[in-house]
Design a protein around this ligand. Structure first.
Ligand SMILES: [Zn+2]
Length: 77
């Protein structure tokens, strides 16, 4: 369930509204890119439902940040 281009734009708008500009916490570069594919973290408890996470990657050093779709108001179902 990849993000649509509209959803990727919504994530970009969200980040811009809360960080000017969104910066990598590792290297400080400001060229973050919203990845199309989501990450599903596995947990030892199979009954636990964890939502897939949005990946925002630093194009300079490769560090990846995870964001919660539900807190951003984005439906990924
Ligand atoms: Zn970086």
């Amino acid at each position: 369930m990849p993000l649509t281009p509209d959803q990727q734009q919504a994530v970009a708008n969200h980040l811009k509204s809360r960080a000017q500009p969104p910066q990598c916490p590792v290297c400080g570069a400001a060229n973050m890119v919203i990845r199309e594919h989501l990450t599903l973290l596995s947990t030892p408890d199979e009954d636990a439902t964890s939502e897939p996470l949005i990946n925002v990657a630093c194009k300079y050093c490769g560090h990846v940040l995870h964001f919660s779709p539900s807190l951003l108001g984005i439906s990924v179902e």
